[in-house]
Design a protein around this ligand. Structure first.
Ligand code: NAD
Length: 386
């Protein structure tokens, strides 16, 4: 049985789905591992390290995928016309494909996997339950994105984060405001505190307020009857009314004007990221202040964010709107992502058959399975018979 790890070819993708550490552990489960040459380079893992861990280095995607029963990816494989290699056409029928395939926003992908007879599992759909925590790619990647955003924000800020008392005088601590206190935002708070910033944060979910305070940041936000029920059963923020967002914007506007660095991380599942910073708010900020928008991939939390770009506004505010924040800390992001995938496979590994067995009555398996037996089966995608 052969397991293939491909080089990521999508624009700006620097991560890899297996590291030498996980290759060694995967090989111990039984399969022969083929890693496409150069797959780990952008994450700092050279071919030699994979070879030492027990993998065969394949010269290209076709060789890596030849006879593969399991394929590990970070992003969806390229289909015809999407790049120089049609990766999808090279995946053998019946193979298990595991990655963040983002088929809910692009259902044609799931249909293509079904037509190609591929059993596709999309890890960003993993249920956020305790048992699944060690396989949770959204959490592992968001955590690093939150860290990286603060570090890059501090780098772009032309003063320091901590209060600096020197013989030549004192530099005050930076005011750092974190918007959205989920996994990324909580790590951003902790990182900004470690750097010595004076940190405040906001969120709409009532549970977030205590979490913000427990990390030593002050809570800034608008609360009313509506926000008491702002959380879905799955723990995500709900889309709230225009009236709530207008009240929230008033509180934010009064606060933002005093901030040096603002890190925005707010997402609402399945929607464009909410706009939390308007052009007028940005115009009210001091020259030299910095906005780091981790939500850029989902359209951005700042009205002026240009996804994929770092810009400076007319009034001298820097807005870092890079895409793929985990990919900006690729070594660590790949290490954690690869462990998430290893844990998933090891959890559902049949030791006797030396193969993955995905029981469809398992909540985790049901949550991630897009296609099976030539059909799209995920409840968010499958067309119900009339
Ligand atoms: P997310 O990435 O979907 O959103 C980021 C944050 O933005 C959230 O905290 C959300 O409340 C916030 N937000 C949305 N609209 C906002 C607005 N208008 N203003 C301010 N903030 C706004 O969230 P996430 O990081 O994936 O976390 C979602 C939930 O899942 C949390 O409750 C988290 O604790 C939970 N979680 C559970 C597990 C687990 O038990 N396995 C693992 C990870 C996360």
């Amino acid at each position: 049985m052969r397991l293939a790890v491909l080089k990521e070819r999508r624009s700006g993708e620097t991560r890899v789905a297996a590291t030498p550490e996980t290759v060694k552990k995967l090989a111990a489960l039984g399969p022969a591992i083929a890693v496409e040459s150069g797959a780990g380079l952008a994450s700092g893992y050279p071919d030699a390290a994979y070879r030492e861990a027990g993998a065969e280095i394949a010269p290209d995607a076709a060789t890596a995928l030849s006879g593969a029963a399991i394929v590990l990816k970070v992003r969806a494989p390229l289909a015809a016309g999407e790049g120089e290699v049609d990766e999808l056409s090279l995946i053998p029928r019946g193979a298990l494909l595991i990655g963040t395939l983002e088929a809910v926003s692009d259902p044609a992908r799931a249909e293509a996997y079904a037509a190609a007879g591929i059993e596709a599992c999309s890890m960003e759909l993993l249920p956020r339950i305790t048992r699944a925590q060690s396989m949770d790619v959204l959490s592992s990647q968001a955590n690093l994105a939150g860290y990286r955003a603060v570090v890059e924000g501090a780098g772009a800020f032309d003063k320091g984060f901590p209060m600096l008392m020197t013989a030549a005088g004192t530099i005050p601590a930076a005011n750092v405001f974190i918007m959205g206190a989920g996994v990324a935002g909580l790590q951003a708070i902790a990182t900004a505190r470690r750097l010595g910033g004076r940190v405040s944060a906001t969120d709409v979910r009532p549970a977030a307020k205590e979490e913000i305070k427990s990390l030593g940041a002050s809570f800034v936000g608008y609360e009313d009857e509506e926000s008491k029920a702002a959380q879905t059963a799955g723990g995500y923020a709900k889309q709230l009314s225009a009236d709530f967002y207008a009240k929230q914007a008033e509180v934010v506007a009064a606060h933002v004007v005093k901030q040096d660095v603002v890190v925005t991380t707010a997402l609402v599942q399945g929607r464009k990221a909410p706009t939390l910073l308007t052009a007028a708010m940005v115009a009210s900020m001091k020259p030299g202040s910095v906005i780091v928008d981790i939500a850029a991939d989902a359209g951005g939390n700042c009205a002026l964010t240009q996804p994929g770009e770092a810009i400076t506004t007319e009034n001298g505010v820097k807005i870092l709107g890079h895409r793929n924040w985990p990919g900006r800390i690729a070594g660590a992001a790949s290490a954690l992502y690869a462990r998430n995938l290893l844990t998933f496979l090891a959890t559902f590994w049949d030791k006797d058959a030396k193969a993955a067995r995905l029981p469809q009555d398992d909540e985790i398996v049901r949550g991630v399975t897009l296609t099976r037996g030539g059909a799209v089966v995920h409840p968010m995608l499958a067309v119900q018979p009339a």
